[in-house]
Design a protein around this ligand. Sequence first.
Ligand code: BES
Ligand code: MN
Ligand code: ZN
Length: 505
Amino acid sequence: MIDINVKAGHADKQRDDAVVLPLLHGRKLSESGLALQQATGKTLSAFLRKQDIDGEFGCSRTLYGVEGAFTQRVMLIGAGEEKKLTLHKLRVLAAKAARKLDKGGAQDISLFLTELTVRGASLSDKVQAITEGMLLGLYRFDKYQHGKAENKRKLRSVTIMLASRRDLDEAEAAVARARAIANGVNFARDLANEPGNVCTPEFLGQQAASLSHPKLHVTVMDKKAIEKTGLNALLAVNQGSSKEPRFIVLEYNGGNANEAPVALVGKGLTFDAGGISLKPGPLMEEMKFDMCGSAAVLGIFKAVTDMSLPVNVLGVIPSTENLLGASAYKPGDIITGYKKDISIEIQNTDAEGRIILSDALAYAAEQNPTEMIDFATLTGACVIALGAHASGLMGTGKNLKKALKISGDATYDRVWELPMHEEYQEQIKSDIADIRNIGGREAGTITAACFLSRFVGDIPWAHLDIAGTAWNMKGSDISAKGATGTGVRLVVDYLINKTGESNPA
Ligand code: BES
Ligand code: MN
Ligand code: ZN
């Protein structure tokens, strides 16, 4: 675990292995850089005169042996134009600097990034963004690669430098918040990156049960309990698998005892082969990520309990594999799940996410939550529509959706709304049952949401289709290849805003 501190001080006095200074567009040093330039010999000025780096966003140079400075290395990292800076750019800068210095073997580093001005952002916003960027950017999933784990992380401690001692308390609180959030995201990533033979429904149940907090209660239903409860849609999808399903219920009561909870529902398909409507071979291995919705819910619970957030949250996770075998459910089957008054015609066994979610949503709705948010890698169509940079947002909760858009922009865990006009509902009409589980080629993301909508009742609801955002085999600025942990930062921010305990600034 990396130690993160905050401190007020000057760049020339820091004794760390490295001091990171921003360089703005046009080779302009910021405050601490100028002070270092003044305090030390010619090295820095001479370097800048050589015009080797002009402050373009994201590029960096490391100088060794800057005379008169105590640090071993000075890293100049390009911050671009100051007026174009955003909190997300701070995350990216911190991630890049930390990754590069860690690779280079630095153990203790200090960052002078808070002196950058970001429009509309408070100091604690900036400290939170820097901390998040570092912890998310340093994440690796290399436990199965021999030699990599031994080649351990070099970076031990990071000091975020502040201009004034007066800001220490505020900054420390921001670090704690960011650490809880990043741990939640990285927990979600860890679960999702595990292969399907390790991360089974049973494993997900164990991981949920491993979360601990005096105000958290976790119930993991096994197959027998699921049968008794009548979660028959989940059981139908599970028929093709030799592994037992699980139905996980998490109750965190950090808020008032008499207040209804926010319900979070996550698709926990630990491997989706498509069932009898078998998927094609190429990239099928990525279907181990079909439980990223459940990972998001568990990551949120981890962060929320870490912070002891004063809010009530109910988590519901249906979990199974979708495989094919002699007992598997089939195209043409008609099933009735937990909600007894809706019969479902199965036309494609690969549209299984909406089936297991129908039970989870109906179950959650029965607990009368104030609102429901579900997370699901639900449709390939959403990957086509929005790609990797925004999750699909749909649902009935107007204010909820508005608030999620705001949190999405603030955290850069972004969402984009698709419409749910009445007419789309017609596409899921069945000739033989009440509804069918596919809606034809057109608007596949929306018709999947229409299917879900039948099970939520009157409760304000938001559906997040995270099929395009939940994993990324190219990696991104703040995520290694694999699971991104999408949804965690988004909804933790939403919940923090709800408590009204967000940054006073
Ligand atoms: N888990 C998949 C959706 C998916 C596909 C997510 C590719 C990410 C990448 C889901 O269970 C599924 O198979 N959906 C089908 C629905 C179709 C049969 C109506 C799809 O999108 O092809
Ligand atoms: Mn499927
Ligand atoms: Zn699926």
